[in-house]
Design a protein around this ligand. Structure first.
Ligand SMILES: Nc1ncnc2c1ncn2[C@@H]1O[C@H](COP(=O)(O)OP(=O)(O)OP(=O)(O)O)[C@@H](O)[C@H]1O
Length: 637
C-alpha cells in the first residue's frame, strides 16, 4: 500500500473511489475501497496488493488488527479527507491507533472546507513545517458568491408545515434537507411519502443499511427533481450534481457544519440557494456567528397565511397506523434530546405539546431524559411567551413599519396550484445585522384568527375525495387499495387515538407486570429443580412446586390438586432439564427490555431510559442467553 485516503463516511469513500476508477483506468495502479458494510474477508485478500486504499477509519483499524500480514510499512502518502472531522471527537481513538501504525516518513495531505489549524492536531500527525494552502483565504466571503443564503425564524411547532409548504412549492427542484437526528428524518420521510408531494422523496441517515444508503446516494445523484431528507451523514463532501436548494430544518451544530451543509449546492460554477430555519432563541447567536465568519445571510419573513397546515393530516396518518405513531413519538423524543444536548436554552423555549401536535401526536410523550423537568419547562415557556408576546411584539410591529418589504421569487410560479403559497418577504437587509438591530423586531408574529381560519380552509383541501396513488415521482398511478387515508373523520380519529393510547399504556403495564411475575416463578422453579438434581433426587411432574407453577398460569383454574388418576412420577435426566432450561432462558431473553439502539454514525443522539423502542424489540443476544444458562448451572462461561 503506497497511498491511503481516509474519509469520515462510507459514501464519501465510495465517491472518491468512483472518481479514482474513472481516472485510474489510464494508469497502472491498483486501488481498493475498504469500508464497513462490505465483506471483511474479501477485502483482506486484496489489501496487501493494492496501491491506493480508500477507507473509513473504523474498517481500516479492523484490518490492522485482524488481517494477517497487513502492514502500512510502504506507505508514502496519507490523505485525510474532511481532516477536521476525522481528527476530532468520534474518530479520535481510532485515528490515534491508525496513525501509530503508519510510518513516520510520509507525505500527509489534509483536505477540508473548514481546515484545522490546531497545533495539537498537526502534532498528532507528526507534521514537519506544514504548508497551509487556501483557495479562498483572501475572499470577501467564506461561502461561494453564487450561493444565496437566507434564514427564517420559525417555532418548533411550525417547522413541519414550513418544510412541507416549501417542498410543495418547489416541485421542480432538487432539494437537500438537513435534520438533526435519524428518527426525525425517518418519520418525516415516511409521512411525506404517504402525502405525495409530487416529487421523489428520499432519506439518508445512519440507521439505514449500507446498501440502502448507497442506493439513495445513487438515486439522488441521478434525479433532476427530488427531495433528500438527511442527517449530517450527507453534510460533508458528497458531490450530488445540481442541487438547487439546501434547507436546514434544524440548526447545524456549529458554523463549520453550516458551511459543509450549504456546500452541497452552488458547486463548481453553479448557483444555489440555502435556507436555514432558526428557533427564536437560536437566532441572535447563530446569525452573529455566521457574520463573524464572513457568511452573508439575509433574513426572510414567511407569509404564514400561505403555509399548508398538515397537522391534521399527520394526526390522521398516525391514528390509522400504529407504527407511524410510534415513529412520531421516537422522532419527538430523539429530536428533543438532540436539542437538549446541543442547546438547553433553545430546548427550554420549545412548547413541547405544540411540537408533538405538529408531528401528528395527540400530546407530548414523556421525555425520559428530562421527565420531571417537563412541567417546569412548560411554565417557563409560558412565561417566555408572555414576555415576547407583550413587549417585543410592539418592537416588531414598529420595525416592520419602517422596514422595506420585498417579495422574493422563490420559484413559486412553477406550479399553478401553488402560486404564492410560500410568499416570503425580505425584511432585513444584509448589512443591517448590528446587534441592536438583532434585538429589534425579530419575534415572528402570531397568526391572527383570520389566518387560522384560512389554514383551516386549506385543511379541507387535504381531505381526499377520491383516492389516488402516486408513483415515487408523484405521478398518479390508479386506485389506492392499501391505504385508507380519504374521508377520515379527524375528530373521531383523534378520540380513537386517545383511547387507544390509554389502552396501550394499560396493556403494556399489565404485560410487564405479568412477565416479571412469570420470570420470578420460572427462576424459582429452575433453582429448585437444579438443587434437587444436585442432591440426586428424582423430579416429578406433580410435585408441590409444579402445582404452584401451573396455578400461576391457569389463574382461573386454581384447584389443580393432584388426583389419584394422574400419571406416575417420571424421572428426568439432567440433560433434558438443561434443554428445558435453555428454552426457558431463551424465552426470557426474548422478553428482555435491555435492547440497545444501534446508532451507526453516531449522529443520532439515541434515546435512553424508557425509550419506546426498547419495549418491543427482541434481544437476540445468544451469548447472553448462554451465559445465563451456564450461570444457572453454576459453570463459568
Ligand atoms: N477544474 C475543474 N473542472 C471541472 N470540474 C471541476 C473542477 N474542479 C472541481 N470540479 C467539480 O466540482 C465539484 C466539486 O469538487 P470536489 O468534490 O472536489 O469539491 P470539494 O472541494 O471536495 O468540496 P467539499 O469537500 O466541500 O465537498 C465536482 O463535481 C468536481 O468534478
Amino acid at each position: 500500500m503506497a497511498a491511503l485516503i481516509i474519509s469520515p463516511t462510507r459514501e464519501l469513500a465510495y465517491q472518491s473511489f468512483d472518481v479514482l476508477k474513472k481516472i485510474g483506468k489510464f494508469h497502472d495502479l491498483s486501488f481498493g475501497l475498504v469500508t464497513g458494510g462490505m465483506l471483511l474477508k474479501e477485502e483482506a485478500k486484496r489489501m496487501n496488493s493494492t496501491n491506493i486504499v480508500i477507507c473509513t477509519p473504523g474498517r481500516l483499524l479492523q484490518h490492522f488488527e485482524q488481517t494477517p500480514n497487513f502492514t502500512a510499512d510502504d506507505l508514502k502518502i496519507l490523505v485525510l479527507d474532511e481532516a477536521d472531522k476525522i481528527l476530532h471527537l468520534g474518530f479520535a481513538d481510532t485515528m490515534n491507533a491508525i496513525i501509530e501504525a503508519l510510518p513516520k516518513q510520509r507525505q500527509t495531505i489534509l483536505f477540508s472546507a473548514t481546515q484545522t489549524r490546531s497545533v495539537k492536531d498537526l502534532a498528532r500527525l507528526s507534521l514537519k513545517k506544514p504548508i497551509y494552502v487556501s483557495v479562498h483565504e483572501k475572499a470577501k466571503e467564506t461561502t461561494p458568491t453564487s450561493l444565496e443564503q437566507r434564514y427564517i425564524v420559525c417555532k418548533m411547532q411550525d417547522k413541519v408545515n414550513t418544510l412541507w409548504s416549501f417542498i410543495k412549492s418547489h416541485k421542480h427542484k432538487k432539494i437537500l434537507v438537513f435534520l438533526s437526528c435519524c428518527k426525525q428524518t425517518r418519520y418525516l420521510y415516511q409521512v411525506f411519502k404517504k402525502m405525495h408531494p409530487g416529487l421523489t422523496i428520499l432519506c439518508m441517515h445512519g440507521h439505514m443499511k449500507q446498501h440502502q444508503r448507497m442506493e439513495v446516494y445513487d438515486s439522488f445523484s441521478r434525479k433532476q427533481h427530488a427531495v433528500l431528507l438527511a442527517t449530517d451523514v450527507a453534510a460533508r463532501g458528497l458531490d450530488f450534481p445540481a442541487v438547487n436548494w439546501v434547507v436546514q430544518v434544524d440548526k447545524p451544530e456549529n458554523v463549520e457544519t453550516y458551511i459543509h451543509r450549504v456546500g452541497r449546492t452552488a458547486r463548481y460554477e453553479k448557483s444555489g440557494e440555502a435556507l436555514l430555519l432558526l428557533l427564536p432563541a437560536e437566532e441572535k447567536k447563530m446569525v452573529e456567528d455566521l457574520i463573524k465568519r464572513k457568511i452573508p445571510i439575509v433574513k426572510l419573513k414567511v407569509n404564514r397565511k400561505q403555509l399548508f397546515d398538515v397537522t391534521k393530516k399527520l394526526e390522521s396518518l398516525c391514528a390509522s397506523n400504529k407504527d407511524l405513531k410510534d415513529n412520531a413519538q421516537r422522532a419527538f423524543i430523539s429530536s428533543m434530546k438532540t436539542l437538549y444536548v446541543l442547546d438547553k436554552p433553545s430546548f427550554h423555549s420549545v412548547d413541547l405539546d405544540a411540537y408533538a401536535v405538529s408531528l401528528g401526536l395527540v400530546q407530548a410523550p414523556t421525555l425520559p431524559f428530562i421527565g420531571k423537568l417537563k412541567s417546569k419547562v412548560k411554565g417557563q415557556g409560558e412565561k417566555e411567551r408572555n414576555v415576547t408576546d407583550g413587549s417585543q411584539n410592539s418592537e416588531f410591529e414598529k420595525s416592520e413599519n419602517i422596514e422595506r418589504t420585498i417579495a422574493l421569487d422563490f420559484g413559486m410560479n412553477e406550479d399553478d396550484d401553488n402560486d404564492n403559497i410560500y410568499n416570503i418577504v425580505k425584511d432585513v437587509q444584509e448589512d443591517e445585522f448590528s446587534s441592536e438591530k438583532m434585538e429589534q423586531g425579530l419575534v415572528p408574529d402570531e397568526p391572527s384568527k383570520k389566518k387560522k381560519s384560512s389554514a383551516k380552509s386549506k385543511l379541507k383541501l387535504l381531505k381526499y375525495t377520491t383516492r389516488i396513488t402516486f408513483d415515487e415521482d408523484g405521478n398518479p398511478e390508479g386506485e389506492d387499495k392499501d391505504e385508507d387515508v380519504g374521508g377520515l373523520n379527524i375528530d373521531e380519529a383523534k378520540e380513537r387515538m386517545k383511547q387507544q393510547d390509554m389502552l396501550d399504556k394499560e396493556l403494556h403495564r399489565q404485560n410487564v407486570k405479568e412477565k416479571h411475575r412469570e420470570k420470578r416463578l420460572k427462576l424459582k422453579e429452575k433453582r429448585r429443580l437444579l438443587e434437587m438434581e444436585k442432591r440426586g433426587q428424582s423430579v416429578t411432574e406433580n410435585d408441590e412446586t409444579h402445582d404452584t407453577y401451573e396455578e400461576t398460569y391457569a389463574s382461573t383454574d386454581s384447584n389443580s390438586e393432584s388426583s389419584d388418576d394422574e400419571p406416575k412420577p417420571k424421572k428426568v435426566r439432567l440433560e433434558d432439564k438443561e434443554d428445558t432450561l435453555q428454552e426457558m432462558t431463551s424465552e426470557e431473553s426474548d422478553d428482555s427490555e435491555n435492547t440497545t439502539d444501534n446508532d451507526d454514525e453516531g449522529e443520532d443522539i439515541g434515546d435512553d431510559g424508557e425509550d419506546i423502542t426498547k419495549i418491543d424489540e427482541p434481544d437476540d443476544d445468544i451469548h447472553k442467553t448462554e451465559a445465563a444458562v451456564l450461570a444457572l448451572l453454576g459453570t463459568n462461561p
